[in-house]
Design a protein around this ligand. Structure first.
Ligand code: ADP
Ligand code: MN
Length: 333
């Protein structure tokens, strides 16, 4: 059985709160969250499968109960990993300062399986607060909208990390060679006139081997997924305040090219579950599905709900359409 040592702090987050965890293999992403977020995952899976396809795979929840002694969140998470099922685990929160709610979602780590995952969090919305927000928060968030690309484009760059190649050193480049764009980047450096440059910086990294040709293919793939997300959102009745589009792609140009070549040789392995039947039992799961190229997910449902009769989420759609337009430009020849 795995022990508590099998859960570690999640190191690849590009925005949001502290306190997220993952297992040592990096397959799981565990985030303390509100009951609203759990409910939205559960109801999406139950009734909105087309949208759930763009959510990270929901593996279950951890329920943190102060009355319970003996188990830490790490131990509960380890038990959960051991079970490989959709569980309900009760653990103690007594010693934890990071967790302010009594629940955590256990999700698929969208960055797992990449050699050098480049990650971008695009926060959606013109208005950023839900109806139940306090007056102080409404004022604070309206100021953010007013001062950023939220106002005209309905999104902002919340954070990103981009691999710069094996020899990269310099400003804002971490020990692993990723350039880190923190929350101040989208808050203060970007405006509607230059925000496309953020997507350029994300997708095209010559020093990492992601050249013009590869970058365009990535932009096209992202664009196709964002268009599909737009279509799904236009066809459903929901609201999501301050949710994000999470973009991930293979940031190692050599690995990216070979993953694309492999996919074009055997596209079925990307789409067809039955392809697993051809894999030898010696191979592990990652090899069964081939090397990863990219992923687009909708995340962060702390203020999301289904709203039958209220129409589509035009507030989030402003941002989705803006992002689609930028990606379309970057992907075109
Ligand atoms: P918060 O409420 O703290 O903003 P988010 O759900 O937005 O929480 O997550 C914060 C960060 O964690 C995101 O910016 C992203 O980098 C990372 N993240 C969230 N969900 C996943 C996931 N399923 N896989 C990988 N990374 C994730
Ligand atoms: Mn977030």
């Amino acid at each position: 059985l795995p022990t508590s040592a099998d859960l570690v702090a999640y190191q690849q987050g590009v925005a949001g709160h502290d306190g997220t965890l993952c297992d040592v293999d990096g397959e799981l992403f565990i985030k303390p969250c509100t009951p609203t977020e759990v409910a939205f995952y559960e109801s999406s899976l139950a009734t909105h499968q087309d949208f759930a396809e763009f959510m990270p795979t929901f593996l279950g929840t951890l329920t943190l109960d102060e009355q319970q002694n003996g188990q830490t969140i790490e131990e509960a998470g380890a038990a959960l990993i051991a079970k490989h099922t959709i569980p309900e685990v009760v653990v103690s929160t007594k010693s934890s300062k990071k967790i302010v709610t009594n629940q955590a979602v256990v999700l698929e780590n969208a960055a797992h399986g990449f050699v050098k995952p480049n990650i971008l969090d695009v926060k959606l919305g013109v208005r950023l607060w839900a109806d139940d927000a306090h007056q102080e928060k409404k004022i604070r968030f309206d100021k953010v909208t007013e001062e950023t690309t939220h106002k005209d484009l309905g999104f902002r760059i919340a954070g990103m990390r981009v691999w710069q190649g094996p020899k990269a050193v310099g400003k804002d480049i971490d020990a692993d060679g990723y350039k880190i764009y923190d929350k101040n980047y989208g808050r203060f450096d970007l405006h509607k006139g230059n925000v496309h440059e953020a997507f350029k910086n994300f997708i095209f990294a010559e020093s990492a081997g992601v050249d013009e040709e590869l970058g365009k293919l990535v932009a096209q793939a992202f664009h196709a997924d964002v268009c599909r997300i737009q279509e799904v959102l236009e066809g459903q009745e929901s609201v999501m305040f301050s949710s994000s589009l999470l973009f991930v792609f293979e940031g190692d140009g050599v690995a990216l090219r070979s993953a694309m070549e492999e996919a074009s040789r055997s596209p079925a392995t990307l789409q067809n579950e039955d392809a697993n039947a051809y894999a030898s039992s010696e191979e592990d799961e990652d090899e069964d599905t081939g090397p990863k190229i990219y992923a687009v997910k909708v995340i962060d449902f702390a203020h999301a709900e289904w709203t039958p009769g209220m129409g589509p989420d035009e507030n989030s759609l402003v941002g989705v359409r803006s992002v689609a337009n930028i990606l379309k430009d970057l992907g075109s020849v």
